[in-house]
Design a protein. Structure first.
Length: 262
């Protein structure tokens, strides 16, 4: 559906009002029977959706705890690779020192020094980038998770206070598509990471994990390395929930509204 300002007779729509209409139906390209809807009615549906999905502080803490615990487990699983890279880095840095000492003692010519230094620098650069990536990926994912949970804990309040432009940006950050059915029921497809964070099963698992963690902590029983409650988490799947995400917003008929056309 798209925004439409009707100005012709026989449309059944009051002139001067702004509606969402099916672009396919309006251009007679489809046999869609979806009736036009006032923008205010659509906004009410979206506002109601945000109020229903806004998470509680308990949910926010449980999700954060469970997912950060999973990140810890994944990082620990990579410890052998990290140790190998660190050992290799230390070896290369030792080679650099010995090479310079040999050159100062006139044991090797300048041409050999340059060739070996170039080799060591190239290998060091590769190893260092892999070590940095190991920590950077998880650090970025943790930061994005924090931002996403913060938005989910306040999404209804934020949306209510936004103007039209920022409401559109909110919707682009949260959704890839918005559908409005014939019975005016709103359905959505979420962007990452909200698709996972709003999954009812993930939320139930998080609350279960939080209760189990409290029990273990109170009885001084060590928390295990992993949890079957946590679905596989890929740090790359925790995308930044920024309002500048380039996404699609649509109802069941076409693309989302262009507020600039009003």
């Amino acid at each position: 559906m798209t925004i439409f300002l009707p100005d012709s007779k026989g449309t059944g729509i009051k002139p001067g009002t702004v509606h969402f209409v099916c672009s396919g139906r309006h251009s007679k390209r489809t046999d869609c029977t979806r009736q036009a809807m006032l923008i205010e009615d659509v906004e009410e549906l979206v506002e109601d959706y945000y109020s229903r999905v806004q998470i509680t502080p308990a949910q926010q803490d449980a999700l954060a705890g469970m997912l950060h615990h999973e990140f810890d487990r994944l990082m620990a699983a990579d410890i052998e690779e990290l140790e190998r890279l660190t050992t290799n880095r230390d070896r290369l840095e030792g080679e650099q020192d010995r090479l310079m000492q040999a050159h100062y003692a006139d044991a090797i010519p300048l041409s050999v020094l340059k060739r070996e230094q170039d080799r060591i620098v190239a290998e060091l650069d590769q190893v260092t980038r892999r070590i940095d990536a190991h920590f950077g990926d998880y650090a970025d994912a943790r930061g994005h998770l924090y931002d996403a949970l913060g938005l989910l804990a306040n999404c209804a309040d934020i949306y209510t206070r936004c103007d039209d432009t920022n409401r559109r940006l909110c919707n682009q950050a949260f959704f890839t598509k918005i559908y409005i059915d014939e019975d005016n029921e709103l359905r959505v497809e979420h962007n990452l990471p909200f698709e996972m964070l709003l999954d009812p099963q993930v939320n139930a698992n998080a609350l279960t994990w939080a209760d189990a963690h409290k029990t273990r902590t109170s009885t001084n029983v060590p928390v295990g390395k992993g949890s079957s409650l946590v679905r596989a988490v890929d740090p790359g799947g925790i995308e930044p929930p920024t309002f500048s995400l380039r996404t699609r917003r649509a109802t069941n008929c076409a693309t989302g509204p262009d507020w600039n056309s009003v």
